[in-house]
Structures are given as structure tokens and as C-alpha cells.
Write a protein that binds this ligand. Sequence first.
Ligand SMILES: Cc1cc2nc3c(=O)[nH]c(=O)nc-3n(C[C@H](O)[C@H](O)[C@H](O)COP(=O)(O)O)c2cc1C
Ligand code: SF4
Ligand code: SF4
Length: 251
Amino acid sequence: MRCVQMIFSPTGGTEKAARAVTKNWPEVETVDLSLPGEDYGRYEFGADDVVLIAMPSFGGLAPQVALDRLARVRGNGAKCAVAAVYGNRAYEDTLVQMADAAEKSGFQVIAAVSAVAEHSIIRQYAAGRPDTADCGQLAGFGDQILTKARAGGAKPAIPGNRPYKKAGGSGFVPKADSACTACGLCAARCPVQAIDPKDPKTADGKRCISCMRCVSLCPQGARKVNGVMLSAAALALKKACFVPKKNELFL
Ligand SMILES: Cc1cc2nc3c(=O)[nH]c(=O)nc-3n(C[C@H](O)[C@H](O)[C@H](O)COP(=O)(O)O)c2cc1C
Ligand code: SF4
Ligand code: SF4
């Protein structure tokens, strides 16, 4: 039995939650779904394997680029749990979309997890999550998933709608200010190659998925989104994001 976690995590919240879920799994291999140059067709599993697929919720949906990369993987009947990580607003259709995509790739979906992590655009929402208590709870979810993978079992009911909600861009395309040293790190790490390494101060608005990786990794703190738009979004989401939400396990 191989234990694998496949993670798309632009700013680290999804990865933290996924690593908590798989904390007690034996010898976990990690596959990073954020690499534009990777040949995901080389990842192939078997019926004895157990795989956690973790993605953030962007606008209540899974990031299309992560789903496209998952589509290249061959599950071959491997047991899988899908985990949607969200910034305390809502994950809406993310889990059903991920479960459908995993099945299309040949995985057998046996569990689903929703986990709350700091909102990667509006960082005051769910700040610091997943915290120690979250991580303990998520590890407990992971133990139950592993037990079910070993014993076998059917797909659980997973919340979400089909057809999925309509995708809409967030409109946040980060730009660098004068503190940028043109080091090129953001261009090298952008999951969709939206930043030209020769001119890293801007990003291609058509490619950018607003994932905020470039903002969070810039060593100079030079990349930012429009402050007026950010304040407006924070205000609009205040009611939906204010009360802390619970992590969930569907088994
Ligand atoms: C473009 C974008 C859209 C988002 N949409 C939602 C959302 O609809 N609901 C929500 O609760 N959080 C939303 N978030 C917050 C992320 O789901 C959350 O911060 C997640 O932990 C980010 O994962 P990461 O840290 O692995 O990048 C969004 C974040 C981004 C960047
Ligand atoms: S990581 Fe920051 S300093 Fe480096 S090129 Fe990008 S914006 Fe400029
Ligand atoms: S340019 Fe856009 S897609 Fe690329 S890292 Fe920055 S926010 Fe993410």
C-alpha cells in the first residue's frame, strides 16, 4: 500500500491542512500539483493505494488548473479522499467537483474533508488556521480515512451541486511596487506562468488565477493587490466570514 498526498497549495494553507490529515499515514509521498512543467501523466496508482487529493476553494470551486493536472493522473482504482480547503466563507461545489474529477481519473472516492485555512486574499479571515486544534482534528479525520481505506467502503454523500456554480474570476491581479528587485522568484513559482521573468513587476491578467502565491513569497513584500478592491472585498465578505466554521469529515 502506497500512501500519497497530491496537493495544490499556492500559499501553504491547503498543504498545512493536508499534512495534518496524513500525519499518521505511513511513509507519505507528496505530489505537488502546482508545477507548470511537470508531467502528471507519469503518476499512476493501484487498487491498494490510498491518496489524499487536496485543493483550495476559489470562488466555491476547485482551481481549474489543478483539476486539469489531476485529469492526467491514472488512479487505477486507488482509494482516495478529497479535501477542500477554504477561507471561512464557503466551499460550495468544490468537493463534488473534486470527487467527480477524481473518479474520472480512475480513483475510488471513499471520503471527503472540508478544512478551514487563513483566507489567502483577505488574510484577517480565519487568520492562523489551521491552528493546533484544527490540526489535531484533521489528523483524527486522516486516521478514520485510513481505517476505511483498509477495510473498504462506499462513497459517502458529499455536499455540493451539479451542475456546478458558474466560475467567475476574482479580478485580483497582483503587481509589484518599486521595492521589486527583479529577482524572478515570483515568475519561477507562479503555478500558471503568468509572470514574465524578464518583466516580473506585472502579471498576465488572462493567465493569472489570483492565487496569491507571488504576493506571499516575494522576499521584498513588493507584490500587492489593489488596496481599494481588497478593502471592498473584506467588507462584502465580513458577514459570511466572521463566525469561525468547522472542519468536516464525510465518510
Ligand atoms: C482566488 C481565490 C478565491 C477564493 N475563494 C474562496 C471562497 O470562495 N470561499 C472561501 O471560503 N475562501 C476562498 N478563498 C480562500 C482560500 O480558499 C483559502 O485561503 C485557502 O486556504 C487557500 O489555499 P492555499 O493557502 O493553499 O493557497 C479564495 C482564495 C483565492 C486566492
Ligand atoms: S519575487 Fe518580489 S522582488 Fe522578486 S521579482 Fe517578484 S516581485 Fe520582484
Ligand atoms: S501572478 Fe497570479 S497566478 Fe501567478 S502567482 Fe501571482 S496571483 Fe498566482
